[in-house]
Write a protein that binds this ligand. Structure first.
Ligand code: HAM
Length: 414
């Protein structure tokens, strides 16, 4: 047969068979982990008004500058496929006035597709899944901070079946960041001529982003730049110290990385990224942080948030084959029916059995007995029901290979 001319878009994936079972298994495992921390699931639209992402993820971020999938000219508004969840969850909290709830902190978990127009490579897709949580409160206190961080770590560890590495940093308030940005500008201005075009643009819009540059020569130059932690005010320093000593008391291993700034503009305070030591080439498998001013930037009240997201495809790439088998959400097949009578009895019996909770698959009429039996083995069917041309029934136990005549009432009573 000729190759189909329509292929999936670059940077997207099909999840078929075992792969789909592993994805669903991972989804269930991760959302269950979030449930242990009192999170309830939230579903938000796959697209939003593009202003939402400009005002949250930020004009200066690569995501908004270069990577959004914009759906232009659909009605009177410009829409964008969500490149992440934090902005949408914040919008939903504002729009539904959830900040007035007496039950604080709000704790939401999510798992779904996000879209970024990036250059596809291993672990970098244009449509990928994120699992994550957002905690929100009038003030994100130490316990919410520790719980959000701990949940990210435990989620990644539960998925992978081994420990992961955490890098943390503290970005401080917007005010202390402005001072820091000014210092970065002073440092990079005399050096910018030898840096990449993106960095030249970043210097004008937000010099903080230069620290994210992936060009090696630029990274060398950035190594000599001032550190964000040198520009924290006293309150910020105290908060960071309290977090670090609490993590120490919890026995959590982490590394302070003073170059970690994250690629989204809304962060204030603690930020972190998670890495799988045996798969460092994948980049971060997850990241998160606190965002104290996002809600007010979106026109809402002073209401703070903290959260993280794991890149599901990166976690999948880091899973061992054994772990994939353990995680896969396998749907067992109780019965396969091979119907030689071809008068609809197969569907009637299947309907009755499915009503009793049995998983039943009906083989195609085009399959002969031998082929259908092989298919039953491939599909792992526990039993096969043969409906003969005269309507009589036979049941075969696929484990013992025993085959016997069976009456309809007997079958339905199984
Ligand atoms: P982020 O660091 O942009 O954070 O994305 C989170 C994770 O998504 C990354 O650590 C990475 O594993 C994965 N990821 C990012 N881009 C791609 C890609 N193109 N292909 C495959 N995986 C990718 C956020 O999105 C924030 N909303 C996290 C957060 C939640 N902060 C606070 N709350």
């Amino acid at each position: 047969m000729a190759n189909p001319t329509i292929k999936k878009p670059r940077g997207t994936l099909d999840y078929i068979g075992k792969d789909a079972e592993i994805l669903l298994g991972l989804r269930s495992l991760l959302l269950k982990e979030a449930g242990l921390y009192g999170c309830t699931p939230i579903e938000v639209p796959m697209f939003e008004e593009n202003q939402l992402f400009h005002r949250s993820v930020g004009e200066s971020s690569d995501i908004v500058q270069k990577e959004t999938f914009d759906l232009k000219n659909k009605g009177d508004k410009d829409y964008t496929l969500r490149p992440e969840f934090t902005a949408s969850v914040s919008r939903a909290v504002l729009e539904n006035k959830l900040y007035t709830s007496p039950d604080m902190p709000l704790r939401f978990s999510y798992f779904g597709s996000v879209f970024r127009y990036e250059r596809p490579q291993t672990g970098r897709l244009r449509e990928f899944h994120q699992y994550g949580v957002e905690f929100m409160d009038s003030k994100i206190d130490l316990s919410s901070t520790l719980d959000a961080f701990l949940l990210s770590l435990r989620s990644a560890e539960k998925a992978l079946g081994h420990e992961v590495e955490a890098k943390i940093n503290f970005l401080g308030s917007f005010a202390s960041r402005e001072t820091y940005k000014a210092e970065l500008k002073k440092y990079f201005t005399p050096r910018i001529d030898s840096m990449c075009d993106d960095c030249k643009r970043r210097l004008q819009i937000n010099p903080l982003r230069i620290l994210d540059c992936k060009v090696e020569a630029d990274q060398e130059i950035a190594k000599g730049a001032p550190r964000v932690t040198d520009y924290l005010d006293e309150a910020d320093k105290k908060e960071f110290e309290a977090i670090c000593s609490s993590l120490d008391a919890l026995g959590i291993h982490y590394e302070i990385d003073s170059e970690l700034v994250r690629g989204l503009d809304y962060y204030t305070g603690l930020v972190w990224e998670l890495y799988d030591a045996s798969n460092l080439s994948l980049g971060a498998i997850g990241g998160g942080g606190k965002y104290a001013s996002l809600m007010s930037q979106l026109g809402g009240p002073e209401f703070e948030g903290i959260g993280f997201s794991l890149g599901v495809e990166r976690v999948l790439l880091a899973l061992s084959d054994e772990r994939k088998v353990e995680i896969a959400l396998h749907i067992p097949l109780d019965l396969m029916i091979i119907d030689f009578e071809k008068k609809g009895k197969a569907n009637r019996l299947a309907d009755a059995l499915r009503n009793k909770g049995k998983n039943v698959f009906i083989a195609s009429f085009s399959r002969a007995m031998g082929g259908a039996m092989k298919m039953a083995d491939r599909k792992g069917a526990s039993s096969v029901l043969i409906i003969n041309e005269d309507g009589t029934l036979q049941l075969k136990n696929m484990k013992t290979r025993e085959q016997k005549d069976i009456k309809e009432e007997e079958l339905l009573a199984l």
